[in-house]
Ligand binder design. Sequence first.
Ligand code: SF4
Length: 327
Amino acid sequence: MTEDLSKMEPLLAISNGGISVIHETVAEKLERKQLSPSLIRDINEGCPAAWVAGTYAVPQLIKEEPDTAASRGSLYHKVMEIAFELPAEERTRERIDSIIPEVLESDEFSFFKDNVQALEWLEDAIDGYYEMGGRPRRVQVAKYQRKDDEEPKLGLEVFVKGKLANASRDTLGYIDRLAVDQINEGGVIIEDWKTGAKAKEWNPKTKSTDGLAEARQQVIYSMLLSQTGVNVTGARLIYPVARKMVPIPVDDEKFNKRVLEDVEKADESLTNMIETNLFEYKPSILCSWCPLNKICPVPNNASFEKARLARQKQPSVEDLAPGFDFV
Ligand code: SF4
């Protein structure tokens, strides 16, 4: 967050047609932007105006509460990352509990120390995973050797990056865990934690895009990992809070083709938006959860209670004003 907002130069211009970049530093960052599964989702299925403002202006204007769904998810990820560095037989439920104080000592997560609700949530998420069939002590973490590593390391928080289809930009991301495929010899399964309350499963037979971004993310990871010579035989999303495992096929030709088209589409759209310097509005039911809601000229202000309450919590015009030129 900017220390003195009165001295802040506007970063973006907001007009009836969309949002434009007016500050050089934002323009430079956009030029260097690479693709990621979340960016592909935000550009293809989300609102580009909300994305550009939410990425480059809102974080400088609004101090976010530290306890968010995302920061709770990161806390769970960190505990599990340490847990899966342990030999399989040591991953008991009690041993996981002993990791939590260690994680709460770190600067990144110390703000959770006295947050009883968040720590109860964490315990419930860990319980959830243990209730899903006792997998923790059966998982064999696969080893993975990056280009610059001298020797293979445990496949935890694996960074992947590469070109997909005809996209002009690289696509990158972090895979939570690589597990040894215990059925197909030599195979590796991509595993990703999702700490939302509801499991998302994409159904290609419906028009809904619910779960599409999550499934596409795993296929993108699979393609990028395969480029480094790994034999990826499957992927799964693990929802510990919802207590559900969602398998994602990585060899579905039709879906893989669609994923590559989605990557190219996002790449082209981003290039076009940068060239025209216009990030258009795409109103939806999610407008009530958008931090631009009170300055956006075209919000979809749904009238149901949950949406109304969400809108009340969005930043005021005065909070956002230092970062925007209103044209
Ligand atoms: S309020 Fe809706 S249309 Fe406006 S920027 Fe946010 S998501 Fe986009």
